[in-house]
Design a protein around this ligand. Structure first.
Ligand code: HAM
Length: 425
């Protein structure tokens, strides 16, 4: 038997109810904030991710599904959505489009990490970006939208962690101080960090190896190196969040796993879901659009990991049920039933029927399994007398009803939806 690829998942009913619930909740909230949906390619040119996420990040160094396409071009399954949003934004010249100021996208991402609880090689993100606003109000709005989604989903005990990574003006001073500090600690660093400390020392903050984590505790902190503009920006973001009653906690060690960030960065940590406890993350990326060849345009965004978020949600009971099941027992009955089913479905009613023309017993069985509310039995003898049997599956009450095959929707059927009680007595 062919098994699915390791780290990839099948999402099936009834679990799909929770996925749809999360996506619909996020969609509604994001639309209320004015975000518009975009659907972008899953496959992009590899260079896009090298230049945005950064060549010395774990994602680019170790985790991308990259291959050479038949036309020899290097392509990659997207490991995240922001780079693609920015690529599309530049490619379509969306600078002055009012709808392009706030964009969201929901879909699968791919990272070849070691699979474990909460970490998959294909996982899903709800991704939102505010593009073209450099002021702190955009930061407050993006965090507010994220917080509202989590609250609407009744996620308990999560913590929004906040940091600022400075800008291209002040970050170099911090980088220098950090490199200085690390240069005396090289012995204690893991091989990855030893290699990266000169190229991209911030990555050491993101390292999970125990030795590196200890070293980082005494390292210089970026918030002590922020320039006055970055400081002011960061303070205003915090003020806005407080004004909205959004709780957060400072985390001076938070650098995020992608290189494009500037200024405000954040991550949402949730308790009780194991080691992979970051359910969302994001931040500002004021240089990225320019670096990818666009006009200088500030931006900020977040992504929620749906897979991880779902481990915090209770199961949702299966409460979908067909309103009507048509038990059709002969050719003439099928002809009538097919027609009525179409008409009722056009009216927005869920109608099922037995497809394999089996006995009444097995059709009733199927109606039971589907938890149908009513069954209409159109048997040969009854039909010839212009009658059929309508059974309320909840009360087990059956009534004999008149049918006329030439009628559009028989009058009793069109009333079922609103007058269910008619049949329950
Ligand atoms: P990220 O922190 O790499 O940020 O990913 C966001 C979220 O995706 C994580 O917090 C986590 O919940 C989920 N996630 C990441 N990797 C996995 C995995 N292997 N399995 C399951 N879930 C995972 C970004 O991707 C940025 N693009 C966010 C952003 C948007 N920044 C600005 N705009």
């Amino acid at each position: 038997m062919i098994q699915r690829v390791r780290g990839f998942r099948d999402i099936l009913p009834p679990d799909i109810n929770r996925w749809q619930y999360v996506e619909n909740t996020a969609r509604n909230i994001l639309e209320n904030y004015g975000f518009r949906e975009v659907r972008l390619p899953i496959l992009e040119r590899t260079e896009l991710f090298l230049r945005s996420i950064g060549e010395t990040t774990d994602i680019v160094e170790k985790e991308m599904y990259s291959f050479i396409d038949k036309d020899k071009s290097p392509v990659t399954l997207r490991p995240e959505a922001t780079a693609g949003v920015v690529r599309a934004f530049i490619q379509h010249g969306l600078y002055n489009q009012i709808w392009a100021k706030k964009l969201y996208t929901i879909g699968p991402m791919f990272r070849r990490e070691r699979p474990q609880r909460g970490r998959y090689r294909q996982f899903w993100q709800i991704n939102a970006e505010i593009i073209g606003y450099g002021g702190p109000l955009a930061d407050a709005e993006i965090i507010s939208a994220l917080d509202m989604i989590l609250k609407a989903l009744k996620i308990k005990g999560y913590e929004i962690q906040l940091n600022s990574l400075g800008c291209k003006g002040c970050r170099p001073y911090f980088k220098e101080a950090l490199m200085d500090y690390l240069s005396n600690k090289v012995e204690g660093l893991c091989p990855d960090c030893r290699r990266r400390q000169k190229l991209n020392p911030l990555r050491v903050f993101d390292c999970k190896v125990e030795g590196c984590r200890k070293i980082i505790l005494d390292a210089p902190r970026i918030i002590d190196y922020l320039c006055p503009d970055c400081q002011r920006h960061f303070i205003e973001v915090q003020d806005y969040l407080r004004q909205m009653g959004i709780e957060f906690k400072m985390n001076p060690y938070l650098v995020r796993g992608l290189d494009y960030y500037t200024r405000t960065t954040f991550e949402v940590i949730a308790p009780g879901i194991g080691a992979q406890n970051a359910i969302a993350g994001g931040g500002r990326y004021d240089e990225l659009i320019k670096e990818l060849g666009g006009r200088p345009t500030p931006a900020i965004g977040f992504a929620i990991g749906i897979d991880r978020l779902l481990s915090l949600l209770p199961d949702i009971e299966e409460n979908r049920r067909p309103l009507l099941f048509l038990a059709l027992l002969d050719d003439e009955g099928v002809k009538i039933g097919l027609n009525w089913a179409r008409k009722l479905r056009q009216k927005g009613i869920w109608v099922e029927m037995g497809y394999n023309r089996s006995s009444l017993k097995s059709q009733m069985n199927k109606a039971n399994k589907l938890n149908a509310r009513f069954v209409l039995i159109i048997g040969e003898e009854e039909r010839k007398k212009g009658r059929a049997i309508l059974r309320n599956m909840d009360t087990k009450v059956q009534v004999d009803v008149p049918i006329s095959p030439d009628e559009g929707i028989p009058s009793f059927l069109s009333q079922i939806k609103n007058k269910e009680e008619t049949w329950s007595s």
